[in-house]
Design a protein around this ligand. Sequence first.
Ligand code: FAD
Length: 536
Amino acid sequence: MIRLTEIKLPLDHGDDAIEQAILTKLAIDKSQLQSFNVFKRGYDARKKTAILLIYTLDIEVANEAQLLAQFAKDQHVKPAPDTRYKFVAHAPSNIQERPVVIGFGPCGLFAGLVLAQMGFKPIILERGKEVRERTKDTFGFWRKRTLNTESNVQFGEGGAGTFSDGKLYSQVKDPKHYGRKVITEFVAAGAPEEIMYVSKPHIGTFKLVTMIEKMRARIVELGGEIRFSTRVDDILLENGQVTGLKLSTGEQLNTQHVVLAVGHSARDTFKMVYDKGIYVEAKPFSVGFRIEHKQSMIDECRFGPNAGNPILGAADYKLVHHCENGRTVYSFCMCPGGTVVAATSEEGRVVTNGMSQYSRNERNANSAIVVGISPDEDYPGHPLAGIDLQRKLEEQAYAIGGSNYDAPAQLIGDFLKGKDSSTLGDVKPSYTPGIKLTDLAKTLPSFAIDAIREAIPAFNKQIRGFSSNDGLLTGVETRTSSPICIKRDKSMQSINTQGLYPAGEGAGYAGGILSAGIDGIKAAEALALSMIEKNS
Ligand code: FAD
């Protein structure tokens, strides 16, 4: 198979245009082209009146070797890499021990799935509930302000990304094409086929719910077991080796192989891990607000007369600004046509995040606008100090919001001028249960406020209207990534605890659904190889 890259066609190209572009590029006759497949489709919207679609195409031709030789110097004509997933191991028939995966977010889901596919019959422990029950609890909180601290946006089947935009792209290096495995499994579980080829795939929250149920059924079919409402409260160790786990059900589970995939909000679990002497260090993360604008404004600015074109969908953006005070402000987890969501897992705290449906057709665009912070400068002295800072900011936001889970919010114009907001403009807040207009400067350290005040007008140079008075800021966004790293070595095990595989976002090795899934696959592979070695 030959891979052609950078095939550019106009946005409104006709049905035959791709085939014609292949024939022209390779200077071949139609009879020589056996088949072709779109591997990726992106777009270049720099010229709004002439947006281009950019294709990566895999093609089969009769005379492949000859064509590859003929185009040897053309970097856009190469053999297509084999991106199919290959299992590194299969469980020996005499293996007795069952590996355990803690957490059933994307990392635990893929660790569990791949272990099950290799025949290891994993036991997966998840503190939250099955996804349908969890959905009721989460929407219950958004509508009625009743928080279930074990079943919410952060905790439960599917993990933190279940009520999300379901964006599936990542900037992690992926030479072994694990990302393709993640996407392929999602499609097999019912995700739209287009996620295989669009450059910025997304699934949206409702589809994710049914996909996760199907993937759970597959794991169970393969001999795996998933226990919900089962929190791991203790990791048992002997001479630096994991020997078992104590569960919130009172049970003890003996195992020497554990994937720890608990996500970035498992603060009690982080403390337990630290107290056990498992090596943990503080890591940088970011804090800020959610910003909301009308989606139509973002579409118009990014796509001009092509706004609303179904191939382009609702427009997104990615913005970065380096501030005079040395801080960097950037947009994060942008959700086109979505809603801002209440994302706390702890009582008396307010945290924002964003989600969308597959259609991305809500009236507002939202994104986190956050400032990078680091242990050295901002929370020195203790590996868990970042968690203390997150809690402090979330508690402040809760109090300023009125101590009823309303989030503090402010019009962009007022925030830039440093004055309290009292009435909304034409951007209606999407956050539920509600917002309280106030002065957001009280919710974050002054360096962060200064940095965001400098960045928003700078972003306005790229997206006209970004700093308009009526846009809305809602806070606080504190759970952008894990505040700790549970350090692991090349074998993927904790640097001082054998048999423990810290993985995914909580351990500091992923940021987002795709990269967490990829990390779960890597952890499963490393664990499987170690189990086989010990068994032989
Ligand atoms: P998690 O998904 O956090 O899963 C960890 C699981 O472990 C949880 O289910 C938790 O209940 C469980 N757990 C914790 N402690 C224990 C314990 N002691 N015992 C048993 N179980 C435990 N990313 C994207 O790529 N695209 C998006 O569009 C996107 N949108 C998001 C929207 C929202 C509202 C949120 C909150 C996050 C979003 N993210 C998005 C981020 C993404 O969800 C995370 O990066 C990803 O889920 C991390 O996967 P994980 O498996 O490492 O951890």
